[in-house]
Every structure is written in C-alpha cells, then in structure tokens.
Design a binder for this molecule. Structure first.
Ligand code: NAD
Ligand code: UDP
Length: 314
C-alpha cells in the first residue's frame, strides 16, 4: 500500500484516478482548490468515510507539507474556456504548482508525475505528434497561459531531475473525455453531448474540419498508473491518448446519432490559435508502458452520454 497524493484530485481525470488508486488498496490524499474541480466528483469516497481517502483543500501555488510516496500533479485548469477566463491563475498553477510539488517530492524522496499536455505542441506542423517534436506555440496568445505554463513545468521537472535527482515522470495527455466532466467545462465533448441531449444547436467552431483524437478516461488513468509504476529511468515525456483521429464535424454528427437528437449544427467563429490537427503517436507509450486503448469512441461516448443524462435528469 502506497501513500499517494493526487493534486487536482477533485477534477475530471483526478477523480477517476483517485477511484482507481483506492480500488488498488492505496491510501489517497486528494489536494484541490476547487477552482474547476467539484466536491460531487469525490463525494462517493467522502460519503463512504473511506479511511484510505483524505481531502485537503489547498492551492498548489502555495507550499505543500505532507508525507507521501508518490505524487500525481494534475492541478491546473485544462479547458480552454476555463483557463482563458483565469490566465494568470492558470500559468501560476502550472509553474508554481509544479515547483512546490517538486520540492515536496524531494523532501519525501517520492516519485512525481506531471500531467503535461498535447498543447505543448501548439498548432503542430508535424503529424501525428511524436515526443521529439518541439512544437509550434504562440508565446503571447490567449492559449499561452496554459501551453507555456505546461512547457515551463516540463522544463522544471527535467531541471529538478538533472540538478537534484528528483524522481520524475512526464506524460503528455491528449484530449480525454468521460463522466465527471463539469456541465460548464466548455470542452467539445461535454458541450456537444449536453447540447444534443437538450435538443439545442450544436456549436461547431469554424467549419469543424479541425481534428482531435479522443481518449476515454479509463484508458487514460490506466496509462497514468502504468507510467508511475514504470522503472525509474523511464522519465518521459510520453504521449498518452487515443490515436483515432476525427474532425469536429464528424464528432458532432456521431453525438447527434448516438443521442437521437433533433439538434441542428451551427457554425461559429474560429477561436484564435485553435490547433488545426492533433493526433498522438503512441509508439513510445505502447513500447515502454504497454499502454492500450480498450474503449473506442462509440462506447466511450455512450458511457459519457449516460452520465450526462443522469446529471441533467433526462
Ligand atoms: P479539471 O479542470 O477537471 O481538473 C483540474 C483540477 O485541478 C480541478 O479539480 C481544479 O480544481 C484543480 N486545480 C486547478 N488549479 C489548482 C490549484 N492552483 N491548486 C489546487 N488545485 C487546483 O481538468 P482535467 O481534464 O481533469 O485535467 C487534469 C490535468 O490533466 C490537468 O493538469 C490538465 O492540464 C491535464 N490534461 C488534461 C487533458 C484532458 O483532455 N482532460 C488534456 C491534456 C492535459
Ligand atoms: N470546439 C467546437 N465547439 C465547442 C467547443 C470546442 O467546435 O463547443 C472545437 C474547438 O474549436 C477545438 C476542438 O473542438 O477545435 C476541441 O476543443 P476543446 O475545447 O475540447 O479542447 P482543445 O483540444 O482545443 O484543447
């Protein structure tokens, strides 16, 4: 049994990770400031008075003092809508949060995993994206608080490893979806499902020809746990995601079909610096972690639709 800190544990991915770690008989400390996370996501563990689950309300931009064996650093807003509403808090969470958690890892001699992102590739000129691509990122645009915040966090992780022997792991997460996404999250999968279930217009930005590759959350949390368990010399960065690529318009049509919705598709303005194409090359994850995709897009969407039906009482 390990004592594991999940920073950002009340968020979408964090809450699934807490559950899986608890199911595997670990002691879990969830640390969160509830900026984009929600108490409802961790309510099952609180309600059960699970003695292996502890909640600490704290902001990672401030120092953290506790005992632990492993640290997952997920504490950062991840939705473009949310991080663009709070850009200064976002870049501070990414950089200062990583700094404070790295210091905590040294005090405890604990392993630390950074949830980095495909956004570090920006609007990529190489397709699919491999880990050795350095990216094409606007340093001063509306997405930069997140992209550059995560890039600087990766730098900090590797500098702490080289200079202070920190036991680091860096994964680059590609678009992930599933239950526990907030109704107001603003990312495409939750937006489209909610719009479709309510028979409202589906808001496709631009012509919807931009692509993404969507990974169901259970496959992602498996990948995160495999990375943490990997040998100490596997530092990353390693891409994690589902390489099945589709256009946003195809996603909209699939969700309309799966929900049997009467919604119409409308086309809105293209957001600035919105990446045109995104697809992970997951050879490294497959070879080094035996990472697998078990849940395809249709099955994952069906499960997510069921979750939003319950949440919206439909
Ligand atoms: P989320 O917004 O649901 O979760 C983030 C959590 O971090 C929330 O619970 C939030 O309250 C907490 N948090 C934010 N700032 C904090 C701070 N300063 N102190 C303490 N807690 C703080 O997003 P998510 O989709 O679950 O993403 C989790 C992590 O994975 C993020 O670091 C994100 O960058 C990364 N990631 C996610 C995706 C994705 O598609 N979901 C893609 C790439 C990277
Ligand atoms: N998008 C859209 N309609 C929405 C929300 C998003 O067309 O209501 C598009 C967005 O422009 C982007 C893609 O869907 O091209 C994925 O957006 P999301 O915000 O989910 O995450 P991103 O991959 O951009 O971080």
């Amino acid at each position: 049994m390990a004592k594991i800190l999940v920073a950002g544990g009340a968020g979408f991915i964090g809450s699934h990770l807490c559950k899986k770690l608890l199911d595997n008989d670990n002691e879990v400390i969830c640390l969160d400031n509830f900026s984009t996370g929600r108490r409802e996501n961790i309510l099952p563990f609180l309600k059960l008075k699970n003695k292996n689950f502890k909640l600490i309300e704290h902001d990672v931009t401030k120092e953290v003092f506790l005992d632990c064996d492993e640290i997952y650093n997920l504490a950062c807003p991840a939705s473009p809508l949310q991080y663009q509403l709070h850009p200064i808090e976002t870049i501070k969470s990414a950089f200062l949060g990583t700094l404070n958690l790295l210091e905590l890892s040294l005090r405890n001699d604990a392993k630390i995993l950074l949830a980095s992102t495909s956004e570090i590739y920006g609007d990529p000129k190489i397709h699919p994206q491999r880990e050795d691509y350095f990216g094409y990122v606007n340093p001063i645009g509306p997405r930069s608080c997140y992209d550059e915040g995560k890039r600087a966090s990766e730098t900090l992780m590797f500098d702490y490893h080289r200079q202070k022997n920190a036991k680091i792991k860096v994964v680059r997460i590609f678009n992930t979806y599933g239950p526990n996404m907030d109704v107001n999250d603003g990312r495409v999968v939750s937006n489209f499902i909610i719009q479709a279930l309510l028979n409202k217009d589906i808001t496709v930005y631009d012509k919807g020809l931009q692509t993404r590759s969507f990974c169901y959350v259970d496959d992602m949390t498996e990948g995160l746990i495999k990375m943490m368990a990997a040998k100490n010399n596997i530092l990353g960065p390693i891409n994690l995601g589902n390489p099945y690529e589709q256009t946003i318009l195809e996603l909209a049509k699939l969700i309309i079909t799966l929900t049997d919705s009467k919604s119409k598709i409308i086309y809105l303005k293209k957001p600035q610096d919105d990446p045109i194409r995104r697809k992970p090359d997951i050879k490294k994850a497959t070879d080094e972690l035996d990472f697998k995709i078990n849940i395809d897009i249709e099955e994952g969407l069906k499960r997510t639709i069921d979750y939003f039906k319950k949440t919206l009482s439909i």
